[in-house]
Design a protein around this ligand. Structure first.
Ligand code: ZN
Length: 214
């Protein structure tokens, strides 16, 4: 069994979505004062590699805790979308090339290669996004979720988050994984994807440790 880590490291100074609070990681107790160490983690629910639940864009949408743990473990396929490039659109043609495998996947993860900009200062701008036709495909084929190696499902200037609303608005449930990395290491076959969030009450999203099990 081979494990590939698809998770960005959470650390002070990491890229955060414009307007989000930067993660604060500080000592809560110290060896010197208490004889043991404990860390205070102060994170937005969408910090680093994370999952969005419907509650993120719909006040009455399913919170993360409404999903069984098993929902976050399933068969996945990485789709090569590296042609999209900066500010580009990920079209249905990249799925057509792998349609047979894509039909059998619970999760479709789009490899754009945008994670290479993580430390460059340009990660939060001009990243590619999926087309409406790709979103329709994910709805029609009843996928459990989508994964991206970019900061968001919607483009930075989209305002009303139309793709989030389209996909997270499905009554049967859907989740969105953002800020994945290393998707180019997974290859073109089906694999087991696991990305479990901590079990917080009522939240709209949470960081995950995402892995590919080959
Ligand atoms: Zn998010």
């Amino acid at each position: 069994m081979k494990i590939i880590d698809l998770t960005q490291t959470t650390a002070p100074g990491m890229p955060v979505f414009p307007g989000d609070i930067e993660p604060q990681i500080s000592p809560a107790r110290t060896f010197k004062a208490h004889g043991f160490f404990e860390t205070l983690l102060c994170l937005c629910s969408h910090t680093g590699t994370h999952v969005d639940a419907p509650r993120h864009v719909f006040p009455g949408g399913l919170p993360l805790g409404a999903f069984e743990a098993a929902y976050f473990v399933g068969t996945a396929l990485v789709i090569d979308a590296t042609d999209a490039g900066a500010g580009g659109c990920i079209g249905i043609s990249c799925i057509e090339k792998n349609r047979e495998l894509a039909e059998r996947a619970d999760f479709i993860l789009f490899y754009t290669g945008w994670d290479k900009h993580w430390d460059s200062g340009g990660y939060m701008r001009d990243f590619p996004v999926i087309s409406d036709v790709v979103a329709d495909y994910l709805v029609q084929t009843q996928k459990r979720g989508i994964g991206l190696d970019t900061p968001s499902l919607d483009s930075p200037g989209s305002g009303s988050l139309p793709l989030h609303r389209r996909l997270l608005g499905q009554e049967r449930g859907f989740v969105v994984f953002e800020n994945l990395c290393n998707l180019g290491l997974v290859g073109g076959n089906l694999f087991t994807f696991a990305a479990l969030p901590l079990k917080h009450s009522g939240v709209d999203g949470a960081p995950v440790r995402a892995i590919a099990i080959l």
